[in-house]
Design a binder for this molecule. Sequence first.
Ligand code: 5GP
Length: 207
Amino acid sequence: MKIPRRGLCLVIAAPSGGGKSSITRALLELEPDLCRSVSVTTREPRPGEREGVDYYFQDRASFERSVQFGAFLEWAQVFGNFYGTPRAPVEEALAAGCDVAFDIDWQGFRALRDALPGDVVGVFLLPPALHALEKRLHQRRGDDPAEIARRMRAARDEMSHWREFDYVIVNEDLDRAASDVRGILGAARLEARRQFGLRDFVHKLSE
Ligand code: 5GP
C-alpha cells in the first residue's frame, strides 16, 4: 500500500573520484520512484555525453536568460563553467511523490536546501584514504600532474564541507556504500511529515 507523500531531493556529494556517479547510477537502477535531475551547463559536452541525459548544454547567453527568469532552483560556477538545476522538473516530481537524485557539489546542496526547505536530504561520501582518491583520479583523468594536483586541491576543499550534510559515509566498498545510501533514502521517505496521506489513512482506520 502506498500512502501519498511528498517526494524528496537526495543530494549525494563527494570529492571528484569519490564514487558518487557510480552510486547514483546503482540507486537509479534499483529505485523506480527515483529520477535524476539533469542540470544545465555552459561547458562543452565530453565525448559520449548526451543532450538531455547527462546535461542540457547551453551557451552563456541562454544560461543567463534562464537565471533571470528564475528557471533554476540553484546555479553555480564550477571550474570556470556555469551549472544550474532546472526548477520545474524538480517541483513537479516532488509534488507527484517522486524523489530526485542530484549530482551537485556542496554549494549546490546548500543552495538547494535554501530553495526547498525540508525537502533535501544530503549524503556526503568520504574516501577511505586520500591515496584511494588520487588513484581513481589517475584512472579517470590521465596522468597530467598539474590537473591531478588541481583536482586533489578541489577534493580537499569539497571534503571540508562534510559537516553540513545529514549523513556521511566512508566509501570503502561501492556496493556497501550504495546499500547504505539506499537505507537512508528508505528512512527519509518514511518521515511522518512527508507522508501527507497519513492523516486520511489514520482517519479511515479509526472510522
Ligand atoms: P562536470 O563538469 O565534471 O560534469 O561537473 C563539475 C562539477 O559541477 C561537479 O562537482 C558536479 O557535481 C557539479 N554540478 C553539476 N551540475 C550542477 C548543478 O546543477 N549545480 C551545481 N551547483 N553543481 C553542479
